[in-house]
Design a protein around this ligand. Structure first.
Ligand SMILES: Cc1cc2nc3c(=O)[nH]c(=O)nc-3n(C[C@H](O)[C@H](O)[C@H](O)COP(=O)(O)OP(=O)(O)OC[C@H]3O[C@@H](n4cnc5c(N)ncnc54)[C@H](O)[C@@H]3O)c2cc1C
Length: 492
């Protein structure tokens, strides 16, 4: 399918800082709108020949989470389908796993008839470096995009708070009609804005995600395939530890643990022998850990300091700067466990494309439109992420300290596990409503405001004591630690 191109009347020269997911999505959409884009990417690496080479060799030190498990939510897939179907086609060529609603409808749902809207309910699963590699190939081949690699941006060039370009690390300046910063979670963009000396400064809120990510990748042996979701799903929450299997591309998959930051002992999972022993205790992962199925292709990769963070660049109705737009992780992060980051980047890229169409060179108009999109399209998901994490952190802390659990957090978790999630396993409508919410197709508040969802979740919760006990997902914490210690004795 050919990409959507619909040039705007007033093309602009746009400097994009950072060639990660957000920078590339913005560059692609804006170039297809007819703007002239230059991407400045600090990492100085050739584009590898294949996705496998990218995974094995690509030096992406600018994105240290590039070898952590990723899945692409239906919201990003919708944006790509509308604006860049060629990216999806290339992902499919790379053997990315497409999870349609028919493939993942839980087996306990009797009504399996397709519904209007099902065509949107599609997740894509591949290695993060495969989506980066595909995007990089498409973006660098796109007429209207110039890619400058190995070029670090050091600050903004501005007339007061009216940004007119960027300053590079070598001291040179590049002028642009608009500067888009997609420099990721460690971007110093707040310092750059502070250096402009404006009287209105951006605001920032940050809270702990409460987990450390541990991931290990595997490659299927010839002739083997993973089942696309069994009755048990491919992950779960042991109460003291979360785990999930991620489908990949090119015959790969990964397994990830979300280790509570309060529980340092569980970080022994970083040892590959402890890891392999631990994953074999988890019943939903039995199809993923079967003997002879696959071989590991990485060690255990760890990623800490994960937070939910939101920055606002319009304060009390006033932009902190004009001619500047901040997108992706530099503007907003959510706990990666919810898989939203790349979709958040896509939403911001799409909002920027719309803002430039509507406001053109009206720099205040563009800033206000981006702020409105942040509040409307992104902030509700951020708020839910913060609330979920705050409750989980309270429960992990009390369980770890052996103290009484927080009653509200415990009741919320009970309702979600024994009410809402139980209803998604048997009710076709509730499953779809939950899928839409989790995949950012709907505002997350719509889910629990839906009377049908509430009634089904309430009924499932009321019947929880009548249901036979669920099979155990895995061992108790002490038992798991002992399995790990036998596989990898301390201090060996
Ligand atoms: C452990 C983990 C798991 C995740 N899992 C998922 C998932 O399953 N699904 C999902 O959708 N999201 C997931 N995410 C989130 C997702 O990876 C991020 O939201 C996404 O990478 C954000 O893209 P970005 O472009 O803002 O930042 P990045 O992708 O980090 O890119 C930033 C780029 O900017 C460059 N750069 C930085 N500073 C400069 C400078 N001064 N000059 C020039 N270049 C610069 C860097 O080199 C880098 O290339 C996960 C994140 C983590 C940490």
């Amino acid at each position: 399918m050919s990409p959507h191109r619909d040039p705007v009347a007033v093309p602009q020269d746009i400097a994009v800082v950072g060639g990660g997911i957000a920078g590339m999505l913005a560059a692609l959409l804006l170039a297809r709108d007819g703007h002239r884009i230059t991407v400045f990417e600090r990492d100085d690496t050739d584009l590898p020949e294949t996705a496998d080479e990218a995974f094995e060799q690509w030096d992406r030190r600018g994105a240290p989470h590039a070898r952590q498990s990723h899945a692409l939510l239906a919201r990003l897939r919708r944006i790509l389908k509308d604006r860049a179907p060629d990216v999806l086609e290339m992902l499919a060529e790379q053997g990315a796993t497409e999870l349609t609603v028919e493939r993942i409808l839980p087996p306990g749902i009797e009504d399996r008839a397709p519904r209007p809207g099902d065509e949107e309910l599609v997740l894509w699963c591949c290695r993060r470096l495969t989506i980066e590699w595909v995007l990089r190939r498409v973006v660098t081949a796109e007429p209207g995009v110039m890619w400058r690699r190995g070029v670090a941006v050091d600050g903004l060039v501005a007339d007061g708070t009216d940004v007119r370009g960027i300053r590079l690390a070598d001291g040179s300046e590049v002028l642009a009609d608009l500067v888009v910063v997609g420099g990721g979670r460690n971007s110093p963009v707040m310092d750059w804005i502070a250096a402009l000396g404006g009287k209105v400064q951006p605001t920032e809120e940050e809270s702990e995600a409460g987990i450390i990510y541990l991931s290990r990748f595997y490659r299927l042996r010839d002739g083997h395939e993973l089942p696309v979701l069994t009755e048990r799903g491919a992950g779960g929450d042991l109460g003291y530890l979360g785990f999930a299997g991620f489908y990949g591309d090119n015959g790969t998959f990964s397994i990830t643990f979300g280790v509570p930051t309060v529980d340092r002992e569980l970080l022994a999972l970083r040892d590959v022998d402890a890891w392999e022993a631990a994953v074999r205790t988890l019943s939903p992962l039995e199809p993923w850990t079967a003997d002879g199925l696959a071989d590991p292709i990485t060690d255990v990769e760890a990623m800490a300091r994960l937070t939910n963070r939101i920055r606002r660049f319009v304060v009390d109705g006033e932009p902190v700067a004009t001619g500047l737009v901040v997108i992706g992780d530099a503007a907003l992060t959510t706990n990666p466990w919810y898989g939203k980051g790349c979709s958040q980047a896509g939403i911001a890229a799409e909002a920027l494309s719309a803002a430039l169409r509507e406001h053109g060179r009206d720099r205040v108009g563009v800033a206000l439109a981006m702020d409105e999109s942040m509040r409307r399209d992104l902030e509700p998901h951020y708020v839910v992420s913060c609330l979920q994490d705050a409750d989980r952190i309270k429960l992990h802390t009390s369980s770890h300290e052996g103290s009484e659990p927080d009653p509200v957090a415990a009741a919320t978790r009970d309702f979600i596990i024994n009410g809402l999630l139980e209803a998604t396993r048997v009710d076709a409508d509730v499953f779809r409503a939950f899928f839409r919410s989790f995949n950012m197709l709907d505002d997350p508040t719509a889910l629990l405001a839906d009377p049908q969802v509430l009634a089904a979740a309430g009924a499932a919760h009321a019947a929880k004591d009548q249901r036979p006990p669920q099979p155990k997902l895995g061992p108790a914490r002490e038992e798991l630690l002992s399995v790990m210690a036998s596989a990898a004795p301390l201090g060996r």
